[in-house]
Design a protein around this ligand. Structure first.
Ligand code: ADP
Ligand code: MG
Length: 367
């Protein structure tokens, strides 16, 4: 089921009694979520992710704009008629009910033509439980399960009604690091098996990047960029997106363009064609540095961290906006950890220029 958002907007009255200014939590969303894909809705806390999800499931009414599931306009449908499965961060299982009862719970309320017999309900619950590998734990109570297993119960409960759309709001936030990794892989696997169109909300870029077919990066209620994770990482449209994605994060420098060259400090580090002379913000991805004895970018070496296949060179530079610069270099290279400086050339496709005030990307062609 594809989902189409048309000029979707949600405004909230101000919570601050003194100011009348509204909060535009979701500002003019217009995009399509393709059928059967897993979409990561990504952005910092407060950027409007939950609001967007609640509009799509029908728990909130939009201020303006429309929502379509396939060809159906669902904007005015109540949540129970939209065919959505929901999983929240606080998955609130019923503590006194077994796993089986928790999963069948949403089916008990079906009425009329949708009403199911006890056997049908049980079969549906077991089908859902198998998808999340819980079929051996059906008689347990939630208190007898690990956090990851509890979250899988919540997912099975969302899947049991065979939703057209699965919506997950920070579903892994309450799990410890290892379980988070494991459960996110499981969500990916379940989504592949069921092919249900899924929207996965998270503030964790790594989580979104690793499991999404497509990510939607948001800031202050406004969509910044939509694309495949690698695409967005390789071609960020602005400084916000570039800084938000990637571990370790992109390295930011103050620079300037003069006569078709990019200067960081006094050094011309790269030819940049087609950019008028101006101050710029420079972003260099950690993998964008090449160790070079007489390289144009000279940094003060702090330390060298060995990471197996790669080494991470940690250095500083007077024009750097980060406390330290991290460059990831193939471990076949060696860096003398006692050297005072380290010199780099940069890979043109791993270096981005941004307007210092607006943060918009400035395109250039490297020679
Ligand atoms: P996220 O899920 O990305 O953290 P939310 O969608 O929860 O963000 O919130 C987006 C913005 O809308 C925030 O500024 C938040 O304070 C505001 N907001 C959310 N819900 C309400 C509400 N019911 N009333 C007023 N403001 C709200
Ligand atoms: Mg939220």
């Amino acid at each position: 089921m594809k989902i189409v958002l048309q000029n979707l907007t949600k405004k909230f009255p101000s919570r601050n009694k003194k100011s009348r200014e509204e909060v535009i939590a979701v500002n003019d969303f217009t995009f399509e979520i393709p059928d059967g894909k897993l979409i990561g809705l990504l952005g910092p806390s407060g950027c409007g992710k939950s609001t967007a999800l609640n509009l799509i499931c029908g728990l909130l009414k939009p201020t303006s704009g429309r929502i379509f599931f396939g060809e159906d306009d669902v904007t005015d449908l109540p949540p129970e008629h939209r065919g959505v499965g929901l999983v929240f961060q606080n998955y609130a299982l019923y503590p006194h009910l077994t796993v089986l009862k928790n999963i069948t719970f949403p089916l008990e309320n079906l009425r009329g033509a949708d009403k199911l017999s006890k056997e049908e309900m049980k079969k549906r619950a077991y089908d859902a439980a198998r998808l999340v590998q819980l079929e051996d734990l059906m008689d347990r109570k939630p208190s007898e399960l690990s956090g990851g297993q509890q979250q899988r119960v919540a997912i099975a409960r969302a899947l049991v009604k065979m939703p057209r759309v699965l919506l997950l709001d920070e579903p892994l936030s309450n799990l410890d690091a290892r379980l988070r990794l494991q459960t996110r892989e499981e969500i990916r696997r379940i989504q592949h098996r069921t092919q249900v169109t899924t929207i996965f909300v998270t503030h964790d870029q790594e989580e979104a990047m690793s499991i999404s077919d497509m990510i939607v990066v948001m800031k202050d209620g406004v969509v910044q960029q939509i694309g495949r994770p690698q695409e967005v990482y390789d071609e960020p449209v602005n400084l916000f997106v570039a800084k938000f994605l990637g571990t370790p994060p992109i390295n930011i420098f103050r620079g300037k363009v003069a006569d078709g060259r990019l200067y960081i400090g006094g050094e011309a580090v790269l030819p940049v064609q087609g950019v008028p002379d101006q101050e710029v913000t420079v972003g260099i991805l950690p993998e964008g540095f090449i160790l070079q004895e007489n390289g144009p970018l000279t940094c003060d070496l702090d330390r060298v961290e060995v990471m197996g296949r790669d080494i991470s060179v940690v250095s500083t530079h007077p024009c750097s906006e980060n406390a330290s610069i991290r460059s990831i270099i193939n471990a076949e290279n060696t860096v003398d950890p006692d050297a005072a400086t380290v010199r780099f050339a940069v890979k043109p496709r791993k270096l981005f220029l941004f307007h210092p005030e607006t943060g918009e990307r400035i395109r250039f062609t490297a020679e």
